[in-house]
Design a protein around this ligand. Structure first.
Ligand SMILES: Nc1ncnc2c1ncn2[C@@H]1O[C@H](COP(=O)(O)OP(=O)(O)OP(=O)(O)O)[C@@H](O)[C@H]1O
Length: 512
């Protein structure tokens, strides 16, 4: 049941509280109505969470605000004055900056060059580097960040890259910052860094829209929230003592979520994958582990601990490594991904946009591509089989798609992730590696994916989950390996692991 909290009648005096009001926004893509009269209000100097399940219309609403495309109908008011936003440049001029998940910085340029890209300062026909550096320094100081503007972006860690994006927005006088899942690629320490900067900007009068599926972070950093479901408003209000993760999740999905029944103890079988002394210079060292049939094994640690590189090597992406890989007791060299697939290994990669989806293809083609040969009748693909296969995954994984022939890029981020998962599950591998499997996935869909993983393991598939989220591996895994700087530092049995111990080991500490 969708609950609309009545908004107070806004008088002329109160109007100025809101830097932004979006009223009754409608938007359709073709015949698909995505926003059904959504309201969104943002106060000055607040961090406001915009929440909702995958495909609910959050990015669409913010894209309208950012001038990426126009609304079908509705009103936008800035400082109480009705306005139109014709383009991203127009939004920028009106003080609105959209920081997308995929950062847009150029690695080979210095920080100041990125900050002034397209708006370079010139003196006497030449670039005024000194002036650009000085203004860059001023904006970084405003954010209380100690960073030399001449540093190359390629030398920065992920949090500094976020910070440079924010600095660029501030240089262009942004008063409203839209941040779309800004912490997805950040480590715990980096997240603290970005949050401190958000808090400082808030003090200086900047308003921030924070789109996130990490509800713990929402409760920690946000002053207020708006929840949408299926293109409608559900509830909006302050993040006060009564608001916690469970309540927000309930508003998002419309029912209580519980993972109490998730983990099923199982009898696991013979070793399917064994690694002995795997080493790849500069990435990981002396890695030995094993995974049994029907077992779910987690690899966790901080981002950059080498786990993705380790499993990309096992999946045949890197020719040069030392050590041994055994599959079902037989030694294998994994020099190509075709070989790995042929050995019954599936790999859902970390970076969906770059490695997971094929952008020019439809949802249908993205789902069926891993088993295209088995769908062939003579020389042609059997369209009925392909449709049935895709329909099954759309149903099982609850993928929100208007039509399976639509381009995969028309799906929301979380739903794209489910298609990537479908693609690999269609191949029915004996072992699947899931690298960050719930990136950008909403709370309800996350639980659905966890149940799918558990069911696959019950059916005998071996599953390796790579995740920075300790809670994720704790919920799912029979055993957990914690990595630090390219080494396995500790193996935990399920019963002995907890988030605190994992964090100690992941940051280089020792536990008994
Ligand atoms: N350019 C587009 N063309 C067609 N359909 C689109 C387009 N952009 C978004 N949609 C559709 O609009 C709906 C809302 O998508 P949107 O990206 O706004 O969701 P979201 O709430 O941001 O989801 P997520 O949390 O997964 O990022 C989805 O069904 C999506 O398929």
């Amino acid at each position: 049941m969708v609950q609309i909290i009545p908004q107070p009648v806004i008088g002329v005096q109160q109007m100025s509280d809101y830097i932004l009001e979006m009223k009754s926004i409608h938007k359709s893509f073709g015949s698909n109505e995505v926003l059904h009269g959504v309201d969104f209000r943002l106060k000055r100097s607040e961090i406001h969470a915009l929440l909702g399940e995958n495909g609910t219309g959050k990015s669409t609403l913010m894209n309208i605000l950012g001038g990426v495309f126009p609304a079908g109908s509705g009103e936008i008011l800035l400082d109480g004055v009705r306005t139109t936003i014709a383009s991203p440049a127009d939004a920028q001029q009106k003080g609105i900056a959209f920081i997308h998940q995929e950062l847009t910085l150029i690695n080979d340029l210095a920080v100041y060059e990125n900050l002034f890209l397209g708006n370079e300062l010139k003196k006497g026909g030449f670039l005024d580097v000194a002036q650009m550096c000085q203004r860059s320094r001023a904006v970084l100081e405003r954010m209380r960040v100690d960073l030399d503007p001449r540093t190359l972006v390629s030398e920065l860690d992920a949090s500094y890259k976020q910070i440079v994006e924010i600095a660029r927005a501030l240089l262009r006088n942004a008063r409203i910052l839209i941040m779309d899942e800004p912490t997805t690629a950040l480590t715990e320490v980096e997240i603290r860094h970005v949050f401190a900067i958000m808090a400082s900007l808030k003090e200086q009068g900047v308003s921030i829209v924070f789109i996130s599926h990490k509800l713990k972070e929402v409760v920690e950093i946000c002053d207020s929230y708006t929840v949408m479901r299926d293109g409608h408003n559900v509830i909006a209000g302050p993040v006060d003592d009564r608001v916690d993760e469970t309540l927000l999740a309930k508003h998002m999905v419309g029912k209580e979520l519980s993972d109490d029944e998730l983990y099923c103890p199982r009898q696991t079988g013979a070793t399917v994958l064994e690694a002995v002394g795997l080493t790849r210079e500069g990435e990981f060292r002396d890695i030995s582990f094993r995974v049994g049939k029907g077992e779910i094994v987690g690899f966790t640690g901080l981002l950059g601990d080498g786990r993705s590189e380790l499993f990309m090597t096992i999946f045949g992406c890197n020719k040069h490594y030392s050590g041994e890989i055994y599959l079902n007791g037989e030694r294998r060299t994994m020099h190509t991904t075709t070989r790995a697939c042929g050995c019954g290994i599936g790999y859902v990669p970390r970076n969906r946009k770059e490695n997971g989806i094929i952008r020019d293809m439809s949802v249908l083609q993205n789902t069926s591509i891993s088993i295209i040969n088995s769908l062939k009748r003579l020389l042609f693909i059997d369209p009925q089989k392909e449709q049935e296969l895709t329909a099954q995954f759309v149903n099982d994984l609850n993928i929100k798609v208007n039509c399976v022939d639509d381009s995969i890029t028309s799906l929301s981020g979380g739903n794209q992730q489910k298609v990537v998962l479908s693609k690999w599950l269609a191949a029915n591998p004996q072992l699947i590696v899931l690298d960050n499997p719930t990136q950008g996935v909403d709370v309800g869909a996350k639980l659905e994916i966890y149940h799918i993983i558990m069911k696959l393991a019950q059916q005998g598939m071996s599953v390796i989950v790579l995740s920075s989220e300790a809670q994720e591996v704790l919920k799912l895994c029979d055993r957990i390996y914690v990595m630090y700087h390219g080494e396995i530092r500790k193996e935990f049995q399920r019963a002995e692991a907890d988030a605190e111990k994992i964090m100690v080991v992941a940051t280089g500490g020792v536990v008994a």
